[in-house]
Design a binder for this molecule. Structure first.
Ligand code: ADP
Length: 468
């Protein structure tokens, strides 16, 4: 069998196929803006669903009281309580609990899932009250739900489809808030599901609470999604939509974005074909935490099959999702001279004693896959900015200089999610590419702000703003 040369060729092919020069990113930017228009023009007009959220006012900082949030993400669920004192600086986030979602729940039944969530909430409140729950108090709860929902109001909406490996088919079409409320009532918990909030909308709410220039929010966690504040008259598919503010937050469901300009490899094609939601969520599968590790795994697997640089092929390497994105970042950011972290991760995959140059090669694979992800993520953000005229490209009229009109307004993009928060290289590639796309001048007006736990905290703030 050929060895090193084969592996180098596979790497070269990967690099070529993942290439994202700025010209290509700009094509993705344009495609994103075009698809946004199409998704707003008609129902089913685009792979981007551009869902109404019925959120048209965002928290201002004047909210007060105690509110709860329960967040069902892709990997974790979180419960927290916020206490608000009618001034922006009086935001007290208390008792943040974060647990992995037990994997058996992901393909159980709606009853099992919601009973589990209600049980977890009950335990949370018991702890807060030192064991006994006083029934006299009615607690207002935000349900942050990181899956696509067709809303009929801010507090109700039906599940459109599952993503990120969840497969409880009887839940599709059911009202999610009602399911949770039912489970809480069955447990006798005096809690009211006051809003059903997409995680991106939660992040936007927290961003806006701290800084009213926040108009876009993006999540890079297990999955990926974005939302932004849109003028109601631009939401053509919903004529006559009136809100007091003249705008509404639109949940893009951008994970399902697709464009022929996206650099796709054979590994992406195979990953998609073998996933539980093939032909779906194409963008998410290139940029989010659930999938980056598996793309890297597929490259290593192919190398190990076509050469012997990884020693005898092991069976674990062919198990889908055995290599997590957490391990990818650990290898990528390994700064030990001997790449001991890489050696450790490979050993866990059943690949021992590979020479240093092979470990370096693995780091390179991580870099290529994550760089592509970060740069495409940036193109997605720039696409939103383009759609809302904040990318510096639009509106140049005669008589006014480009710089006079160009930036216009400071724009804050709230970003949240474990991938962005913890994987420094992903974050750096994303931010670097955003500057490349927008140019130095426009970039000065675009502020990317990290929102730790923004999805849940922001959702609680949103519920608070509904009460006041
Ligand atoms: P969820 O998506 O469940 O709401 P998070 O936003 O916290 O939860 O995202 C969790 C995901 O983020 C993990 O599944 C993983 O893919 C990614 N992630 C978290 N930490 C890291 C890390 N250190 N390196 C790379 N990816 C990470």
């Amino acid at each position: 069998r050929r060895k090193w040369r084969t592996v180098v060729e596979i790497l070269k092919e990967l690099e070529d196929d993942c290439d994202t020069p700025v010209a290509r990113l700009r094509q993705v930017v344009d495609a994103m803006a075009v698809e946004m228009h199409a998704g707003l023009a008609s129902e089913g007009g685009s792979k981007l669903k551009m869902l109404l959220t019925f959120v048209h006012v965002l928290p201002t900082g004047r909210e007060k009281g105690t509110y709860y949030a329960l967040h069902l993400g892709g990997t974790y669920f979180r419960i927290l309580r916020v206490h608000l004192g009618a001034q922006r600086s009086y935001l007290d986030v208390q008792d943040v609990e974060r647990h992995p979602i037990p994997s058996h729940l992901m393909n159980s039944t709606s009853e099992v899932l919601f009973n589990f969530l209600a049980f977890s909430l009950e335990r949370f409140i018991e702890k807060e009250e030192n064991g006994s729950i006083s029934q006299g108090v009615k607690r207002e709860l935000a349900f942050t739900f990181s899956f696509p929902v067709k809303h009929t109001s801010i507090s109700s909406g039906v599940l459109i489809k599952w993503t990120k490996g969840f497969e409880i088919s009887e839940m599709v079409g059911k009202d999610i808030a009602e399911c949770l409320q039912g489970a809480l009532d069955r447990r006798g918990l005096n809690m009211h599901v006051a809003a059903l909030v997409n995680d991106t909308v939660g992040a936007l709410s927290l961003g806006y609470y701290h800084d009213p220039d926040t108009v876009v929010a993006v999540v890079f966690g297990t999955g990926s999604n974005a939302c932004y504040l849109e003028r109601t008259d631009a939401i053509i598919k919903c004529q006559g939509l009136l809100t007091t503010s003249g705008s509404m937050v639109v949940n893009m469901e951008w994970g399902n974005f697709w464009s022929s300009h996206l650099p796709r490899t054979s590994y992406d094609i195979d990953l998609d074909a073998e996933s539980s939601n093939s032909n779906d969520m194409g963008f998410e599968k290139m940029i989010s935490g659930m999938y980056l590790g598996d793309i890297v795994r597929r490259v290593i697997l192919r190398m190990s099959q076509e050469s012997d640089v990884f020693g005898p092929t092991t069976s674990v390497l062919s198990d889908p999702y055995v290599l997590s994105t957490n391990s990818v970042s650990a290898m990528h950011e390994d700064d030990t001279p001997e790449l001991q972290e890489v050696a450790r991760v490979l050993k866990d995959l059943g690949v021992s004693d590979v020479p240093l140059k092979v470990r370096k090669l693995v780091v390179k694979i991580c870099d290529v896959v994550t760089r592509r992800a970060g740069r495409l993520a940036a193109a997605g953000i720039a696409g939103i900015l383009k759609k809302i005229g904040r990318d510096g490209s639009g509106g140049i009229t005669s008589g006014r200089s480009r710089s006079e009109i160009q930036m216009q307004k400071r724009t804050v993009v709230a970003v949240e999610g474990g991938l962005y928060m913890n994987y420094v290289m992903f974050r750096e590639y994303m931010e670097e590419a955003l500057v490349e796309i927008l140019g130095e001048e426009v970039s000065q007006y675009v502020v990317v702000k990290a929102m730790e736990d923004g999805s849940s905290i922001g959702s609680a703030l949103l519920v608070a703003s509904l009460q006041s």
